[in-house]
Design a protein around this ligand. Sequence first.
Ligand code: SF4
Length: 94
Amino acid sequence: MSNSAGLKAKLGLDVFKPGLEPHIVIRPGMEKDPRLKKAILVCPAGLYSENEKGEVVLTIDGCLECGTCRIACGTDVLDWNYPDGGTGVQFRFG
Ligand code: SF4
């Protein structure tokens, strides 16, 4: 099993409970900011991607709340908060 497949298998054990509001939001107008593009490379769950307009988009389901995108991109481009109590990721180690 490759490292990537091993990581995906382990992440597949985790449970995600979405909150009413996404806990990480790309600040309006920052979708094409070069700082935000770093998130595509660093997010361990692969939740950031670039659409055909060159805008970075975020799919929040599956977020590990690791904070890597916040550190890599900064809070000028990301509005980053922990999820509400009772929501978010529940880690299961297999
Ligand atoms: S907190 Fe971690 S898992 Fe969640 S979007 Fe940011 S880098 Fe990805």
